[in-house]
Each structure stands twice: as structure tokens, then as C-alpha cells.
Design a protein around this ligand. Sequence first.
Ligand code: V47
Length: 402
Amino acid sequence: MSTTSARSGGASPRTADASGSATPATRGLLRRAERAGLLDVAHRVLAAQRLSTEDGLRLYEADLFVVGELANHVRERLHGDLAFFNVNQHVNYTNVCNKLCRFCAFQRLPNQPGAYVLSPEEAAEKITAQLAEPVTEVHMVAGIHPKLEYAYYLDLLRAVKRARPAIHIKAFTMVELDQIAKKAKKPLEQVLPELIEAGLGSVPGGGAEIFADRVHQESYSLKISGDEWLALARTVHRSGLKSNCTMLHGHIETRAERIDHLDRLRRLQDETGGFQTYIPLSFHPENTEMSDVPGPTALDELREIAVGRLMLDNIPHVKAYWILMDVPVAQTALSFGADDVDGTVVEEKIYHEAGATTPQQVQRDELIRWIRDAGRVPVERDTLYNVLWRGDEPAGGSHAPR
Ligand code: V47
């Protein structure tokens, strides 16, 4: 089943009755929006019209619960009560990195204690170790290790595929793809078909940070710029691959820089349609060079989910990544604009090195329980949002629990 059919499976909120008058629920929403100074924005949201960047900035000033309610309206228009998850595992093939991003606790210099590089066989062993679990995706990202050659990346993909041929490999952020193309000494357009041939299925959303040049200069100056990230994403989408997109919030960026980031994602999406899911990433300061920054609160995280849902009218999904948000916040986010919680993950390093305390080795049944507890219908998807199982279908049907 495709994303489109999955969407039509959910209840769509009614904004008007048979005579064309606003329903009581819509009238209530408009009243609350008026009190919050967002009546014009609410009218645009109900009419499925695009919000301007000025509207976006106002969403940071207004009552969070009204902003959340508007975002929830859009989320239910797109997906009804459905909330997506997958059974996945993360593999970080190296933590060696030469980019020295100030917000990162995961990176190590080559000779620093704790630095590691997995051989393709060692990465494959992590896949083999999960063969008893119904894993459909591996999310494979890492630092930028200057010594890894092009052949390593191809071997890595092939080794993972050999270990579990049916697995979907979502791998290599735009930053890694830039490095891989440099190592291959070929343009990315020529490298992507070779990576796809070796097993690459789609591209995750990391490495985007905040696109503004000021933030790039101050916190991740050795890494590709915002413009470069977007240009690489354009190339990825033109190759036929889908990707996700992210925004790292709660460090040194301003609200205007966040809205600019979302606007640039939206404009690229108008052009390519290649983004599946937007994931706001809340800054975790522990063990980073920015450990004095307090990081976002749970309320900030909910607002970022809602603002993303309202601004990114052309990106189908918004993910509340439970690993970094904490489970109760991710559950709440499913009523603030999010329709996806990511997956079982198994082993997470980037956020746990930076202070995250969420559990690891979470089972599929646990994710399903969390989603039901949040009042949503769990739907297991594959990476490309084909539906594998729906929690509202009788067991034993074509999408029986696996
Ligand atoms: O690229 C690094 C960010 C990203 C910190 O595509 C940090 O489905 C907060 O992109 N605090 C990696 N953020 C994670 C990522 C991701 C996660 C889940 C799903 C998907 C997807 C993508 O995490 C990095 C960087 O932007 N990051 N350090 C930190 N201390």
C-alpha cells in the first residue's frame, strides 16, 4: 500500500458540514486562534494555503496549544489517526571525524581514546545479530573519516546486503555523500548509481543543521554549508532516491534562521518532491563544546514539531524521533503535528554520547503500545512508507502482525 492510500485510511477532520457552514470544532479552533492573534493564519491552515515566512515567525510567539492544534489539524488532514513506525536498527560505522562540529559529542580524532572504525564485516555482524528480529531498515551514518576510501563504502553496502538481502539501507547523510564523491574522484551524479547498485536504498536527513551562513561559520565551519547540503539533496533526489531532512534546533540559531531553514527545505521540495519526512533534532548539549547551552525544553520540542508541520506543507511526514525527545514527549508530539516516531533503533550512539537517556533495544510491541497509549493507530511502514501492518485491521488479514 502506498503513502497515498495509507493517508486515505485515516479519518479526515471535517471543517464544514453538508451546508458548507463551519463545524462546531472548526468554530472552536477559530475562536481560540483569534484569541491567540492567529485568526488569519488559522484561515489559511483550514484552507490548506501556504504560510509565509512572516506567519512562521508568528508561530513562535503565539500560544503553543493553539499552534499545536493547528498543526494537529494538518496532521489529521494528511494522515487521520495513523502514526507510523518501523522496525529498524542503527549502525554508526565510524566515530572518527575531521569536521569538529561544536554541537557533536560523538566525534573522535583518529588517535583519541574510544575512536573506532567498523570493517564492512563488523558492520554486517551487527545486522546478522538482529536476524531474529523483523528488521526492515538499517540507518547507517557516521563521522567523516578522511582515510576511508571509496571502495570501503561500496564494500560496506554489499556486506550489509549479503547479511540480510531484504533489508533497506538508508545510509550516508549529504555530508558523507560529499566525502564519498570526493574519494571516488567523480561527481555525485556518477557515484550514486554505483552506491545504489551496491545496495543503497535511500538517504537519511542528517547533517543539515541550520542552513544560515552565520550558524555554519560559528558552529560547524569545516562541514559543507547549507547551500551545499541543499545542492547535494537536489542531486540525490534527481537520481531517484528519496531522502529525509532535518533541522538541529536549540543551540545558537535565531527563530528567523529556523524559519529560513524551513523555507529553504520547502523550496527545494517544490522543485524535487524528494523529501519524505522532516525531523526536528533538539540539541543535546552534554559532552559537546556547547555544554553551556541549556538545549530546548519539551515545550520547545513540541513547538518545533508544530511549526515544521505547518510550514512544510509539501513534505508528507513529520517525525518525532523518540530517542532524542523522550517517549512521553514523542507521544504528545503525535497530537502536535507529528505522524511518525522512527523505529526500534537497537543501538544509538549520537544522542546517548550527548546525554540522551532514552532506552535502547526497544521491541516492536513496545513501540506499538506507546503509539496506542498516545491515542493513535500504529502503522508499521517500510522506509518508503509502504504499509506492512496496520493496528486497526483484524489480526490475520493481509497485514497480520509479524
Ligand atoms: O547529522 C549531532 C545531529 C544528526 C547532536 O533521516 C545532534 O530518519 C542534537 O540525522 N544534539 C544525526 N543533534 C541524526 C539524524 C537522524 C536521526 C533520526 C532519523 C533520521 C532520519 C535522521 O544529529 C546529525 C546532526 O545534525 N546531531 N549531534 C547533538 N549533540
